[in-house]
Write a protein that binds this ligand. Structure first.
Ligand code: ZN
Length: 224
């Protein structure tokens, strides 16, 4: 799932308005941000297998450290803890921890049973990806809801905040469509290097967020 993780990051701005969208994206995508590096290092394994599910040609053969349920809980606690230590923003800390965990839940909904509960443990996955139409409907609906919430929580301060956001959302939709309609990636290494590009979206999200402000109608708690 690609768009869905951005959707929850965008929507989470409503719950933690003082957190940067860049941070919210890092949280929602934390395990996919770490995964390419582990694939390139040979620690986790992905194979190209057209038809693995209807939606993706990727076979997530082994990824217990990034996508194991127990590992993800650990990352969520760690990320929430580090965030709180640095920002002292309690709503933000709970939100980013929940976002890290949300990644696994969304992957659980979409992946075939390839997500280990713990390293070497049983693998789970509900397999939404077995249906392209169902995946597209669910993901697009989530994305629309997330973008709507972000737009209702913040308003643009300048052209970057206004048109940058539109461009960002359009870019994400375009990449999602290209992933679906394009040819499978040539090699696991190519997936690894392309995956590192996810960091670009973190930078874009943080940049756009700085050019928007939380709307006056949104209740932003003082430091807690
Ligand atoms: Zn993932």
């Amino acid at each position: 799932m690609f768009l869905g993780h951005f959707a929850v990051a965008l929507g989470a701005k409503r719950i933690a308005p003082r957190a940067s969208l860049g941070t919210l994206v890092v949280a929602a995508q934390l395990i996919d941000l770490a995964w390419p590096a582990l694939v390139l290092a040979g620690v986790e394994v992905v194979r190209i297998d057209p038809g693995n599910t209807a939606y993706t040609p990727l076979d997530f053969a082994s990824y217990p450290f990034t996508h194991g349920a127990t590992s993800v809980l650990l990352w969520a606690a760690l990320f929430g803890g580090v965030y709180f230590a640095r920002r002292r923003y309690q709503a933000g800390a709970w939100t980013v921890a929940a976002l890290v965990a949300s990644h696994w839940l969304l992957d659980w909904l979409t992946h075939r049973p390839d997500l280990p509960l713990w390293p070497g443990g049983p693998k789970v996955g509900l397999g939404l990806w077995n249906s392209v139409p169902a995946t597209v409907v669910v993901e697009t609906a989530l994305f629309a809801a997330g973008a709507f919430l972000y737009g209702r929580t913040t308003r643009w301060r300048d052209g970057i905040g206004r048109f940058g956001l539109y461009a960002f959302l359009a870019l994400l939709l375009g990449i999602s469509a290209a992933n679906l309609l394009g040819p499978p990636p040539p090699s696991p290494e190519a997936i690894g290097y392309a995956g590192l590009g996810l960091w670009l979206f973190v930078a874009l999200a943080a940049w756009i967020d700085r050019h928007r402000v939380v709307r006056e109608t949104i209740d932003v708690p003082a430091r807690d």
